[in-house]
Design a protein around this ligand. Structure first.
Ligand code: DON
Length: 303
């Protein structure tokens, strides 16, 4: 299979779907991004990269950062985090408040906002600079030292963080935060505000397709830990659309409201797509369609 031809073809096939859905409206920096953009990149285990469309345009990675924060926490102190966060799909929107109260301040999974705040809290404890640790990992694994936090996005996120602040305060009231609410919020906002391209993200995700082994050959995660992160991505990575994503794409994946998605073909490759138009659950409409097309045409899925 000629992957480059396939990606070029997907860029053409996906065109009619560009602009469908809505860009994230809660901050202008995301709401105003041109919705007709689309990029796709594939990074293989043997170091090849294939890319097409707007694959080199940096975008706000948002919730995709939650995967890397979780990887660093599991690498830093093993399974302890699972006492503070479940790993079940929530079936609710990513920023929902209601379930957290019913379940006594233990978030359903590490990828909804409540769970990600707990993970970032732990990363603050381990590193003192959680967003810096995520940034370092992403720079090293992508090989791109110009990856950075978009400060305009971060400032805007901070001004519109009431919902995440509510979640963080509720977690604190249940004794499920180790650090001050503001420190955790700042770190979470900064990690969400990292800007990267599809190619950067496909490269940076390779350890998830390589049994936890980093680009320099050292292990970030053990093979079982990598299996478990991928399992949580499959079941929870696209929120209340995780069933539909598994049905259509058949791979572990993680989305962000910037319109990016990463997907992992274990022991083979990573795929990153980006298009800013989002569906009801906050996942890129054209991005999911492109991943569906990719796995359906290549047979590269876990099923
Ligand atoms: O915290 C938030 O709500 C946003 N900064 C990130 C949410 C997000 O990306 C959900 N993904 N689809």
């Amino acid at each position: 299979m000629d992957i480059q031809n396939l990606l070029d073809d997907i860029v053409g096939t996906i065109k009619p779907q560009l602009g469908q859905g809505e860009t994230a409206r809660y901050i202008p920096q995301l709401g105003d991004v041109a919705a007709d953009q689309f990029g796709i990149s594939v990074a293989t285990g043997d170091g090849e990269v294939y890319a097409s469309g707007d694959s080199e345009v940096p975008f706000s990675i948002q919730s995709i950062s939650k995967v890397f924060a979780l990887a660093l926490v599991l690498a830093g102190d093993g399974d302890g985090i699972w006492k503070r966060v479940f790993r079940e799909p929530s079936g609710n929107p990513f920023n929902s408040l209601v379930q957290l109260e019913h379940e006594d301040g233990i978030p359903r999974n590490p990828f909804i906002n409540a769970g990600a705040l707990v993970v970032t809290d732990r990363l603050v404890s381990i590193t003192q600079d959680a967003a810096g640790a995520v940034l370092d990992l992403l720079r090293t694994e992508s090989g791109n030292n110009s990856v950075q936090i978009d400060s305009a996005v971060a400032q805007s996120e901070a001004r519109h963080s009431h919902r995440n602040a509510s979640l963080a305060h509720f977690l604190a009231s249940c004794g499920n935060l180790e650090n001050p609410v503001q420190d955790v919020l700042d770190a979470y906002i900064n990690q969400c505000s990292l800007a990267m391209s599809c190619t950067d993200l496909a490269l940076a995700s390779r350890f998830l397709a390589s049994n936890g082994i980093c680009v320099d050959g050292t292990p970030l995660l053990s093979s079982p830990q990598t299996k478990r992160i991928n399992a949580v991505m499959l079941t929870c990575g696209t929120y209340d659309a995780a069933g539909e994503f598994a049905y259509r794409v058949g791979l572990p994946g993680k989305s962000g409201v910037g319109g990016g998605i990463i997907a992992v073909v274990p022991n083979n490759c990573t795929i990153s797509v980006w298009s800013p138009g989002l569906g009801r659950s906050g996942n890129s409409i054209a991005g999911v369609a492109a991943l569906d097309e990719f796995t359906t045409r290549t047979g590269l899925s876990i099923f």
